[in-house]
Design a protein around this ligand. Sequence first.
Ligand SMILES: C[S@@+](CC[C@H](N)C(=O)[O-])C[C@H]1O[C@@H](n2cnc3c(N)ncnc32)[C@H](O)[C@@H]1O
Length: 186
Amino acid sequence: MRLNLGCGFNKSTGYVNVDSSDHCAPDIVHDLEQTPWPWADSSVDEIVMRHVLEHLGATTEVYFSVLREMYRVCRPDARITIVVPHPRHDDFLHDATHVRAVTLEGLSMFSRKNCEEWIAAGNANTPLAMIAGVDFDMVESEVTLEEPWKSKFELGSVSRTELILALKQYNNVAKELKAVLRVVKE
Ligand SMILES: C[S@@+](CC[C@H](N)C(=O)[O-])C[C@H]1O[C@@H](n2cnc3c(N)ncnc32)[C@H](O)[C@@H]1O
């Protein structure tokens, strides 16, 4: 089974399309903040969440409950594709239903391996994988740049070093973030 969660009007063939609102006539109407989700443990091969995770989990408790359900319903090695607006892009600010800033670094904190390495190194990072009871390994990540940065970087008038600095310093450099997570469980 493959799930397209928070499908909106972009429904995908071959997926169970799920949304909290019936305005887009999903296959299943379900509020993803309500747990447990209506799928059995380890029954899902793939989850796609495009522009959805930033709508979920205004509180840490609810955010963790969503991540726990993603982990619970997925089979070992399942893939979860997450696409979100970059939290420092205006797109993130405009939508009144955006409640959570999602970053690649933030998602990487839900990897047990990363947490164990940080603990061994004496780093102060909160071991979120252990606290939330999940384990996601980021196997792919992508940053979609906004113009004019995209063209300037492609043409070589902005170097990688300058781009990395700009991403830290300015708004509206990156438009979107994509992460593919592998579900690590027995
Ligand atoms: C920005 S739209 C993205 C729609 C689609 N994934 C796409 O890429 O076009 C966000 C969608 O998430 C849905 N959504 C928001 N909160 C939700 C929740 N708690 N449970 C399920 N769906 C939710 C909204 O109804 C909306 O259809």
